[in-house]
Design a protein around this ligand. Structure first.
Ligand code: CND
Ligand code: ZN
Length: 375
């Protein structure tokens, strides 16, 4: 029997590894207990979605609706939902916050047990999906699946933002901006006058540059193999940019020489295991910290001489900048509206949702920083 509360709408379904995004009519079931249904307004395209499409992540199950960086408006709420009402502007959380688990109760982390990869496995808390297409159950991605006109998320996987916020640009606060900015300000705690290097000047890396600048770093070196990224990096705070391809030496040698022994803080925002090792080696031998932000292929590992850490080097990493996003995201949205953080600078392209494959082409060819898809 047809349930009148089921919404039929468009979504980009990825039917298998490396398959193009296919715009399909999907059925989105009504929200169950402690769930909300959101009408999406905008979604960014993050490199992590590309990793998911390529089967590089532990947590992509097919067929899937990818996308995890978006903004929308609550359409309806399930039983027991108290924090939201229809009409609220929200950002879905790819890092849910249950508020009750051992991690949510420990200030050292922003991870929640619900977000651990072996927890929901692309389904809701009751082990079912809210999406079907052509009679098949479709998995969700990082609790969100923003590549759909309507999505259903657990109440713990959304946060309310200022109802005057423009949803196109603030979609980036759902992942890319917050990840890089928080890595600098929160994970590394960059200090004034320090030296920083950022490997990878995509949305995440540029947000790290913005964070280093906000923290008062005296030197911020951008590193990318695509020199087209350098102008924006400089505009956002990089004091110089270098292309590893321009040197005969290794990039760690170049950075060591430029800084008289290595950097205070290095951010790996590429997701490549070779640049991760190079980033660690570029940090100062005594007091350098490297933050791994990029996400590598699940089949890859790094090999490194552990003695490199004996003198005091540190390695850290973080998801979503180590921030408790339920509270941090609404604050960053407000900061954006007060013109304290220029998230809009990272949006280089806007496309109608149907042109999602073109958005991925722009990412893969290095022509975009962020494409925002508009529903
Ligand atoms: P995007 O692909 O836009 O940027 C990566 C940049 O790295 C591009 O400018 C490339 O030209 C550059 N690059 C590629 N190879 C090299 C190299 N060998 N040396 C220097 N630069 C290089 O990606 P993004 O900014 O959307 O995401 C970056 C990474 O961060 C990616 O791995 C993504 O999955 C990850 C990420 C992590 C988190 C988190 O919470 N930790 C959240 N979102 C994304
Ligand atoms: Zn992301």
């Amino acid at each position: 029997l047809h349930d009148p509360n089921i919404i039929k709408c468009r979504a980009a379904v990825t039917w298998g590894v490396n398959k193009p995004f296919s715009i399909e009519e999907v059925e989105v079931a009504p929200p169950k207990v402690n769930e909300i249904r959101i009408k999406m307004v905008a979604t960014g395209i993050c490199r992590t979605d590309d990793h998911g499409m390529k089967g590089k992540l532990e947590n992509s199950y097919f067929p899937i609706i990818l996308g995890h960086e978006g903004a929308g408006i609550v359409e309806s709420i399930g039983e027991g939902v108290e924090r939201f009402k229809p009409g609220d502007k929200v950002i879905p959380l790819c890092l849910p916050q249950c508020g009750q688990c051992i991690c949510c109760n420990d200030p050292r982390t922003n991870i929640c047990i619900v977000a651990s990869t072996d927890n929901r496995r692309g389904l809701m808390a009751d082990g079912t999906s809210r999406y079907t297409c052509k009679g098949k159950q479709i998995y969700n991605f990082f609790h969100t699946s923003t590549f759909s006109e309507y999505i259903v998320v657990e109440e713990i996987a959304a946060t309310k933002i200022d109802n005057n916020a423009p949803l196109d640009n603030v979609s980036l606060i759902g992942c890319g901006f917050t990840t890089g900015y928080g890595a600098a300000l929160n994970t590394a705690k960059v200090h004034p006058g320090s030296t920083c290097a950022v490997f990878g000047l995509g949305c995440v890396g540029l947000a790290a540059v913005m964070g280093c600048k906000a923290a008062g770093a005296s030197r911020i070196i951008g590193v990318d193999i695509n020199k087209d990224k350098f102008d924006l990096a400089k505009e956002l705070g990089a004091t110089e940019c270098i292309n590893p391809k321009d040197y005969d030496k290794t990039i760690e040698q170049v950075l060591q020489e430029k800084t008289g022994g290595g950097l205070d803080y290095v951010f790996e925002c590429v997701g490549n295991t070779n640049t991760m090792v190079a980033a660690i080696k570029s940090s100062h031998f005594a007091f350098g910290t490297t933050v791994i932000v990029g996400v590598s292929d699940k089949n890859e590992t790094i090999t490194i001489d552990p003695m490199i850490f004996l003198t005091g080097r540190k390695m850290a990493s973080s998801i979503l900048g180590g921030l408790r996003v339920k509270d941090a995201i609404p604050k960053l949205v407000t900061a954006y509206m007060e013109k304290k953080v220029d998230v809009g600078k990272l949006v280089t392209h806007r496309l109608p949702f149907e042109e999602i494959n073109k958005g991925f082409d722009l990412l893969q060819s290095g022509k975009s920083i962020r494409t925002v898809l508009l529903f």
